[in-house]
Design a protein around this ligand. Structure first.
Ligand SMILES: O=C[C@H](O)COP(=O)(O)O
Length: 250
């Protein structure tokens, strides 16, 4: 049985003071989580301030990116060792904004994913098609190819730590969510690809999140789909009330 994962990706928002205030507001309202997991992914600068607030709380901690080396002369980068050290359990890898604005290739995404696993982090690897790709009927082959590329040389026994996030690029920050049926269809295609790569037992156990304009008013219908195992939430994770409602999907 898959435990759904709701993750808040705060992107490049929240100073240390704002981040700690939001975490305090979330924890004030959030009861114990028994059938789901929830995490926040603040910017790097707020991780160390947020981490102690989350100890023994229902919320976990993730980062938004990492570099694939443990240490070295890589000015400006942050390593998986450092993320584990600050208390992260998860790290987002290959978000479409990183692919689009920072030129991250499938090969780099794969290196980052393997580095995360090597240092005890759970990667949330993002895949998704653009609007022109969807309009051309190429969404499924493009997304499943991204999944295959991200998982090169990832052995079966590490797949229980991998989370996949399907985020159609045209749905991110636009208010234009994929319909639950379209999202479900892509999630099923991703799971079929996982079954080809690893067999059905492992494929059935991997969590596949949906991301892209997830809001309080669409989370319930999305989570009702059989292959949607959580959400990667951007804008709606920046306010306590909306993120709490998403975590508390029915
Ligand atoms: O990582 C989160 C996604 O990019 C979705 O962002 P959004 O919820 O603001 O559309």
């Amino acid at each position: 049985m898959r435990t759904p994962l709701i993750a808040g990706n705060w992107k490049m928002y929240k100073t240390i003071g704002e981040a700690t205030a939001l975490v305090r507001d979330l924890l004030a309202e959030l009861g114990p989580l028994t059938d789901r997991e929830a995490i926040v992914c603040p910017p790097f600068t707020a991780l160390a301030a947020v981490a102690p607030l989350l100890v023994d709380s229902p919320l976990g901690l993730g980062a938004q990116n990492l570099y694939h080396e443990a240490q070295g002369a890589f000015t400006g980068e942050v390593s998986p060792v450092m993320l584990a050290d600050v208390g992260c359990r998860y790290v987002i890898v290959g978000h479409s904004e990183r692919r689009q604005y920072f030129g991250e290739s499938d090969a780099l995404v794969n290196r980052k994913l393997r580095a995360a696993l090597a240092h005890g982090l759970r990667p949330i690897v993002c895949v998704g098609e653009s609007k022109p790709q969807r309009d051309a009927g190429q969404a499924e082959p493009i997304v499943t190819a991204q999944v295959r590329a991200a998982l090169v040389e990832v052995p079966p026994d590490r797949m229980s730590d991998v989370v996949i996030a399907y985020e159609p690029i045209w749905a991110i920050g636009t208010g234009d969510t994929a319909t639950p049926a379209d999202a479900q269809a892509m999630h099923a295609a991703i799971r079929a690809t996982l079954a080809e790569l690893y067999g059905s037992e492992i494929a059935t156990a991997v969590r596949i999140q949906y991301g892209g304009s997830v809001k309080p008013d669409n989370i319930d219908e999305l989570m009702a789909q059989p292959d949607i195992d959580g959400a990667l939430v951007g804008g709606a994770s920046l306010q306590a009330a909306s993120f709490l409602r998403i975590i508390q999907y029915r």
